[in-house]
Design a protein around this ligand. Sequence first.
Ligand code: HEC
Length: 191
Amino acid sequence: MRNFVLGVVITILVLVLGGLAFALLGYMPTNADAPPPHIEMRIAMNALDASMDRHAPRVTNPLPATDDNLIDGMKVYTMNCSACHGTLDNKRSPLEHSFYPPAPQFVFDPPDDPEWHLYYAISTGVRYTGMPAWNNALSEQDRWKVTAFLSHLEKLPPAVQDYWKKSFGAAPQGTDMKDMPGMDKGKEEKH
Ligand code: HEC
């Protein structure tokens, strides 16, 4: 029994020291411009969702999704988010693949998470990725407005769509674009 316990302790020690040596001797890649392996992506996304489920308060948006609030959300998005998540003239961000994991392009692939999840992700950021926490940079109201904008991307009222077209010279893509070949998440190709 004593030998068994010793064996377990030594194995754990070797693994920990091995991991440390791997990192400290410079074998761990730190570049962000590489596509994460499929399995890593799956585990990380599931861990992220599980952590959100555990930590994020189930709050509802205190602001109604009026035309004005959605248009304000669009402005907040353009000013703060579009550089990484894609601009409203329907262009993918040139930085899309400069993050590890890549930044989702919301115009082509609207988020399908509930608002409490989006609000928490926007407010607190996502650790080990390029997603900043916005709670110090944007007011609570602006964070809720941009949350509403993102969660309504596929169902924006006509007046908000008109504002989008007038301001950016392009029509919101929402659902239409997702049905086009090559536009769904799994098959997305590097541009
Ligand atoms: C500097 C680049 C950058 C900026 C600016 C940025 N993001 Fe992100 N964002 C990222 C990256 C990279 C990810 C991918 C993280 C991941 O896969 O979990 C991400 C992920 C997200 C997610 C998904 C989180 C989840 O749970 O999967 C949401 C929602 C989001 N961003 C919203 C926003 C909003 C709203 C803004 C503006 C207020 C913004 N982001 C600004 C880089 C950025």
